[in-house]
Design a protein around this ligand. Structure first.
Ligand SMILES: Cc1ncc(COP(=O)(O)O)c(C=O)c1O
Length: 494
């Protein structure tokens, strides 16, 4: 049972009211059934009944009989969290995101592969989901309905921020599953998180002076973005293309070393949930230190939560954006891992004026996303198909991860040393002394296995004694075959 002080039902009622006040639950949202609430909170059902009665009496929720219990439509707009959200818009504006006067976003209307070897039979180098698990029949049906529905509206020009329907579905998902207080106005849909990273960089970084003779210089570190080292090359490239200067900051077993952040940054790019590529989970102390640092230094945090769902030990940890009292976090997510990278669907959650500015840039980049795909995927989110798929694939990937560990012990004993983090769809391991990982990688490619090594994640491309094994895409038997080939390759490389 959950430890709650005082009358348990009052505590529970307060928790739910708090979620409504801070916007994690919104007017019209359906609450889970009393039975599932009781199971989730590990309290008696009668406690939930009493809490719901209390909230109904206070006017927070209404029961609509068999349809369920809903957050009341009339919620007073007086919460400290809403005020924080408004402050957030101003705070992020203060770090250089002020919306420029422009058009109304509503009306206008080859990545290098880590480990190379794009054609390898086993690409254990890249952390992608298994496309065989994607619910393609449900997707196809939703796609057909999206094409035909609403007077074929999905075939028209639309909002540059993404379809209202998908933004609402993503906002609801972020509120309910990740605790981020947001509505559709705080969400921008992108062509994968890569586009989100690029747009954010363009918003954050000041353009270089146009006149080649100009003596005007970028103000101090003003165009610098701190990045994790080791880290995600594709993000670095987007930042550099936008004119940013990159400042590498080390990562240790607790995540980004916040004390090493220099002053005068424009933004800090982090992957705190499962650090890329080490999969380290940022410790609570570091999270608090990072948020406090950003608030004090008035710097934006670009939080890339690329595989939020794949946390195997306990529930996923709430994103930094869920605790962002200062309004510094620009949160980036993707459906590439939880559904499929080929769909190209990512999103940004941020204060409204940041979203408006990003929408303006998106409009001049490619006007809008694919409305049909957006409507179809919105349907998968709305009817719970995505949540079902997530639960199913998380269970399968959890088993595959356990199977990989057994296989490594059997086929490569004493070769790889790693601390298993609570989540992520890759294993990051240090190779034993004397193993030349770059030679191993070459021999692996001859065996049809693309292996990523430390070098793929290092800014200077230094040889580092690490390898990364991505396990989600392959069944236990397939992965065992890939590891056997790796063992053979290692023998040849010695
Ligand atoms: C750190 C990180 N961010 C984001 C992504 C997802 O990119 P996209 O959404 O553009 O497919 C990946 C995919 O590999 C990644 O590793």
């Amino acid at each position: 049972m959950v430890a709650m002080s005082g009358a348990v039902f009052v505590e529970l009622a307060n928790m739910i009211a708090y979620d409504i006040r801070r916007g994690a639950l919104r007017a019209g949202d359906r609450l889970p059934s009393q039975r599932s609430f009781a199971a989730r909170m590990r309290v008696n059902r009668s406690t939930v009944v009493a809490a719901f009665d209390e909230l109904t009496a206070q006017g927070w929720i209404v029961s609509r009989g068999a349809a369920g219990t809903f957050v009341a439509d009339e919620i007073p707009d007086r919460s400290p969290e809403r005020a924080a959200l408004k402050r957030a818009s101003r705070a992020v504006g203060a770090v250089g995101l002020a919306a420029k006067p422009g058009f109304d976003v509503r009306t206008i209307a080859v990545a290098p592969w880590p480990g190379g070897a794009r054609d390898a039979k086993f690409r254990v180098s890249i952390g992608v989901p298994d496309p065989r698990l994607v619910p393609v029949d449900a997707l196809a049906r939703a796609y057909r309905r999206a094409l035909r529905g609403q007077h074929r509206a999905a075939l028209e020009y639309s909002d540059a921020r993404g379809s209202e329907r998908l933004r609402a579905a993503v906002a609801a998902m972020l509120r309910h599953a990740r605790g981020i207080p947001c509505g559709p106005e705080h969400v921008l849909i992108t062509n994968g998180s890569q586009m989100a990273l690029e747009l954010c960089a363009r918003v954050l970084v000041e353009p270089a002076p146009r006149d080649a003779d100009s003596r005007r210089e970028a103000p101090g570190l003003g165009n610098s973005i701190a990045i994790e080292e080791l880290g995600y090359r594709q993000a670095w490239r987007a930042f550099e293309e936008a004119g940013a200067r990159l400042v590498g900051v080390p990562v240790d077993a607790a995540g980004l070393v916040v004390d090493e952040l220099p002053a005068g940054l424009r933004a800090i790019y982090v992957t705190p949930h499962h650090q890329y590529p080490t999969t380290v989970l940022m410790s609570p102390a570091r999270r608090m230190a990072l948020l406090a640092h950003a608030r004090k230094a008035r710097v934006a945090i670009l939080e890339d939560d690329y595989d939020h769902e794949f946390h195997f030990d306990g529930r996923p940890v709430a994103p930094l954006a869920a605790d962002d009292a200062g309004g510094n976090v620009i949160y980036i997510g993707t459906l590439s891992k939880v559904l499929a990278p080929g769909l190209r669907l990512g999103f940004v959650a941020a204060p409204e004026r940041v979203i408006e500015r990003l929408g303006q840039l998106r409009a001049v980049t490619d006007r809008q996303g694919d409305q049909i795909v957006e409507h179809a995927v919105a349907e998968l989110i709305e009817d719970g198909e995505l949540a079902r798929h997530t639960r199913r694939s998380r269970a399968i990937y959890g088993e595959r991860r356990a199977a990989l560990l057994r296989t490594l012990e059997r086929e490569l004993p004493g070769v790889l040393d790693f601390a298993l983090p609570p989540g992520g769809i890759t294993v990051w391991a240090r190779a034993a002394d004397g193993i030349h990982v770059e030679r191993w990688k070459q021999r692996a490619a001859e065996q049809g296995v693309a292996l990523a090594t430390g070098r793929d994640f290092d800014r200077e491309g230094r040889a580092l004694p690490y390898v990364r094994l991505a396990f989600a895409r392959y069944t236990e038997a397939e992965m065992a075959e890939a590891v056997r080939r790796l063992a053979k390759a290692l023998k040849a490389a010695r």
